[in-house]
Design a protein around this ligand. Structure first.
Ligand code: 5GP
Length: 174
């Protein structure tokens, strides 16, 4: 039996939204040269499109995080697999994430990054499963609110598969 994929957000819908987010960020960070931080791996496609829709100078960096497993789903402890390359003290940071579900990953990341004293710290997320939140995390820039379904594509995976799909699709397994 094969996985079944149902398009939730088409590439056209996504492109329109990413352009809009890029315009907003270009406007709000005028003269600030923000540091755009991509959370690997899921946000990589969104990130690549988003930074090209930003018309002001930006710098980029990457972080990779992973949960410690089931126990951490509730504790919210995440492991930093790859940290930022340089200090962020005094910089304007924009965290670019693919999806917020429980909020535990971003909550941990925010606390960790805040302690490094950036000038400002904001979140830009493509997909938000608001109804699944366990801790309060409110994105400053948000693409789409989506239902509590497991989605893949546009960078999001299931066991490292489907990241290269152009649309965001709901995955159902037989
Ligand atoms: P949170 O800590 O907010 O519960 O989870 C965030 C992370 O869980 C995301 O960065 C992503 O890796 C994963 N995740 C949550 N929901 C989905 C989903 O529907 N599809 C995929 N592929 N990953 C998800």
């Amino acid at each position: 039996m094969h996985d079944s994929l149902q398009v939730l957000l088409s590439q056209e819908q996504i492109a329109k939204k990413v352009e809009q987010l890029g315009r907003e960020l270009s406007h709000e960070y005028q003269g600030k040269e923000p540091l755009m931080v991509c959370i690997l791996k899921g946000a990589v496609v969104f990130f690549a499109d988003l930074i090209r829709c930003i018309t002001i100078p930006v710098k980029i960096d990457f972080m990779a995080v992973s949960s410690y497993g089931k126990a951490t789903k509730t504790s919210g402890v995440v492991q930093i697999l790859k940290d930022l390359d340089s200090s962020i003290e005094g910089r304007h940071l924009v965290i670019v994430e693919d999806i917020i579900d429980t909020g535990l990953t971003l909550n941990y990341l925010l606390e960790n990054l805040k302690s490094r004293r950036p000038a400002s710290l904001k979140i830009c997320v493509l997909l938000d499963k608001i109804e699944c939140r366990q801790v309060e995390v409110i994105p400053d820039y948000q693409g789409f609110v989506i239902p509590d379904e497991f989605v893949v594509g546009y960078g999001l995976d299931c066991a490292d598969k489907y990241r290269n799909l152009r649309d965001v699709c709901i995955l159902s397994r037989p």
